[in-house]
Write a protein that binds this ligand. Structure first.
Ligand SMILES: Nc1nc2c(ncn2[C@@H]2O[C@H](COP(=O)(O)OP(=O)(O)OP(=O)(O)O)[C@@H](O)[C@H]2O)c(=O)[nH]1
Ligand SMILES: Nc1nc2c(ncn2[C@@H]2O[C@H](COP(=O)(O)OP(=O)(O)OP(=O)(O)O)[C@@H](O)[C@H]2O)c(=O)[nH]1
Length: 441
């Protein structure tokens, strides 16, 4: 099941960043070791009780004349309507209810998306509670009073948010069909790839209306197997400044990746791999998705017998945090090696759901421990009791030890490599959880 997406919408200065940081700072579990992934306030992974979601900030409004603010708020709200499962509309009790709030509330109400109305800066309940009731007039439900700065009311707000999540997002009738997100920088050939897949005889089927306004999911059949391709191309929205465009395309990439089983990161061979490619691939890595790097426009590269090695090495270097990623050199234009792309996607799907028996895992583990002694600290040596696989997508393992503090990142990496040597797991990240024996799961 893909994680729900929650978007924050609100006027400038109502406290969106403060709220975002409060949520992102304390309750998120992020993988911090992905180089090349800058974390600004565009998105964060939040966990509340037993629920996780992706929080996005559609932000980026310049405080300016009233008219511009309103039009930008509409734009922001539209992005939220397009991409989110739940919208958090945040207002400010100290500024009071203003006209643009009412207009945006109308828009949100018409979208029929679940909306949680939040009134911020209620630093004192006594002082402001009467003013909070005024926000009922927006007609989008009961206002929840919070103070983002003091971190009060946040739990109640999160309760309301998670209540709105779809019971089980698996109600989709296409749910057994693997979902493949095609992501990448502008102009790398994402649309060309999807068009090629749809255009050839062996691949047509239908277009199904996507969940979002301008993303179209395409159902593709290849060798009797169906796939749903999630297209993120054509993210250019007219008349937008560069920064805003970037934010929008990050949001769209994150939400597409969230829905996908496997992510095809398209890069442009004629340009070579860049930091921006690393950032985009990092979004898939952090979310534990299957990853295939499609090196496109291979037809346009002048080649000698070393070209492919040079490209491979360079990509491995820039994407060093995901050595497991599969590489395929393709041409969306000529269709070259598209069959190979499908074969690779199939293999990655299989690896994402591969389960290894505990007995077999522990044979690998004892061999690994015998070959390289676990680390020790101040006379105390790490003891590894056993390991077991507890999940898939991505394959997740728990290693039971005597003392968590003694388990170094490098030793976990060593065990990961041994597991990979034995079982491959190409194309998928692996997750390791270290637990002390006796600790509850
Ligand atoms: N009194 C009070 N002030 C708050 C609270 N939350 C945020 N603020 C203040 O409100 C101001 C705006 O907060 P931000 O979080 O930057 O607001 P924003 O909505 O992200 O603003 P933009 O980036 O312009 O869209 C800052 O000075 C915050 O310190 C609160 O709960 N109480
Ligand atoms: N030589 C060559 N050119 C290609 C190939 N694939 C795409 N192109 C060209 O690259 C340009 C961009 O292709 P698009 O498919 O529009 O790229 P995109 O990633 O969808 O771009 P956005 O919509 O901006 O995100 C076009 O001029 C294509 O003709 C390829 O395999 N070989």
């Amino acid at each position: 099941m893909s994680k729900p997406v929650v978007a924050i919408v609100g006027r400038p200065n109502v406290g969106k960043s403060t709220l975002f940081n409060a949520l992102a700072g304390e309750m998120i579990s992020i993988v911090k070791d992905t180089p090349g992934v800058t974390r600004d306030r565009i998105y964060a992974d939040v966990t509340w009780l037993d629920k996780s979601f992706t929080l996005i900030d559609t932000g980026g409004i310049e405080p300016d004349s009233g008219d511009i603010i309103l039009s930008q708020m509409r734009e922001q709200a539209q992005i939220a309507i397009d991409t989110a499962d739940v919208i958090v509309f945040i207002t400010d009790v100290q500024q009071g209810l203003v006209d643009s709030d009412a207009k945006v509330a109308d828009m949100l109400r018409r979208s029929q998306k679940p909306v949680v109305l939040v009134v911020n800066k209620v630093d004192s309940v006594q002082k402001y509670m009467m003013d909070v009731y005024e926000f009922y007039n927006l007609g989008i439900g009961e206002p929840i009073a919070i103070s983002a700065a003091n971190r009060t009311g946040i739990g109640d707000m999160l309760d309301e948010i998670v209540k709105e999540f779809p019971e089980d997002a698996d109600t989709d009738e296409d749910d057994d069909i693997p979902k493949i997100a095609v992501v990448g920088k502008p102009n790398v050939g994402k649309s060309s790839l999807i068009n090629k897949l749809l255009g050839e005889d062996r691949v047509i089927v239908s277009d199904i209306a996507g969940t979002t306004r301008d993303a179209v999911d395409a159902k593709v059949k290849w060798k009797d197997r169906e796939y749903i391709f999630i297209d993120t191309a054509g993210l250019r929205r007219k008349g937008k400044i560069k920064e805003e465009l970037e934010r929008y395309s990050v949001i769209r990439t994150v939400t597409a990746v969230e829905r996908a089983d496997v992510v095809v990161v398209v890069i442009d061979a004629t340009e070579g791999v860049t930091e921006q490619d690393a950032k985009i691939a990092g979004i898939a890595h952090e979310r534990g998705k299957g990853v295939v790097i499609a090196v496109n426009k291979w037809d346009a590269v002048e080649k000698d017998d070393k070209t492919i090695y040079k490209h491979t090495n360079r990509i491995r270097e820039v994407l060093a945090y995901m050595p497991y990623a599969e590489l395929v050199f393709i041409s969306a234009k000529s269709g070259q090696r598209l069959p190979r792309l499908f074969e690779t996607i199939d293999a990655v799907i299989e690896n994402q759901t591969l389960r290894i028996q505990t007995g077999v895992l522990n044979e690998i583990l004892s061999e690994a421990v015998a070959m390289q002694q676990p680390p020790s600290d101040r006379g105390k040596r790490l003891k590894i009791f056993y390991m077991t696989q507890v999940g898939v997508k991505p394959p997740t393992f728990v290693i039971f030890v005597n003392d968590k503090e003694l388990m170094h990142f490098s030793y976990t990496r060593y065990i990961e490599n041994k597991v990979r040597d034995a079982f491959g797991f190409r194309g998928t990240s692996l997750k390791f959880i270290i637990r002390e024996r006796g600790e509850k799961s």
